[in-house]
Design a protein around this ligand. Sequence first.
Ligand SMILES: Nc1ncnc2c1ncn2[C@@H]1O[C@H](COP(=O)(O)OP(=O)(O)O)[C@@H](O)[C@H]1O
Ligand SMILES: [Mg+2]
Length: 249
Amino acid sequence: MKFDNVLAERKNKVIYRDGDLAVKVFDESFPKSDILNEALNQARVEETGLNIPKIEEVTKIDGKWAIISTFVEGKTLQQLMDENPDKLDEYLELFVNVQMEILSKKCPLLKRLQDKMQSKISSTDLDATTRYELHTRLASMKRHDKVCHGDFNPSNIIITPDGTPFILDWSHATQGNGAADAARTYLLFCLKGEKELAEKYLKLFCEKTDTARQYVNAWMPIVAASQSVKGNPEEREFLLNWANVCDWQ
Ligand SMILES: Nc1ncnc2c1ncn2[C@@H]1O[C@H](COP(=O)(O)OP(=O)(O)O)[C@@H](O)[C@H]1O
Ligand SMILES: [Mg+2]
């Protein structure tokens, strides 16, 4: 296999381009079940008809697990936002449109968001009283079955030269309440230090989907707590602070 270039390098994985293919190679430390789950999620979401890279192969390269998908030509929405700050409003509009398109889909075999969050809350470092509060709150939230990306941020969208958006990175996909997905995106912007953009995003999401801001806010502590489980130490502290704020109404 000849790798033309490295598309992205992370702590425990590298994404290469190999001609028409994108090859995501995971370190030995990465749980096999997570890798296979990511590939299965991606294969399932492919069936919804959303524009996403197609799974071509799941294999081992030099002893490491790899997911091979079609390569999507273009720039990530993150790159475009960085390069053209004057077009931020236009890009944000596109960003929310893509999220709404995802949320319009059903994929009955994806894991349920409610179940995933339930077990994540149990694995946090939060005290029993806070966990109880979060579990109770989660149980009271409306159960939906919309496809939720789970890591919806501008680096997971590629815009092709003809302007078509493709959505990448389905490792956290679930089916559930779209407001939880919006809360996650809001927190992802905040974690990058982009509070202003986070606010702007959420305002637009609420307007376009006719969702009350309070409804998304009610998810914040739950989503923050569940996101804290795998985060690095600084992120964890930030998220656990949010998770402790149980009066997010
Ligand atoms: N199929 C693909 N086509 C083109 N670029 C890709 C593809 N898959 C990943 N990339 C590039 O690699 C980056 C990281 O890939 P991603 O699947 O989002 O991994 P991670 O889980 O590490 O965020 C993306 O932001 C994008 O720039
Ligand atoms: Mg990504």
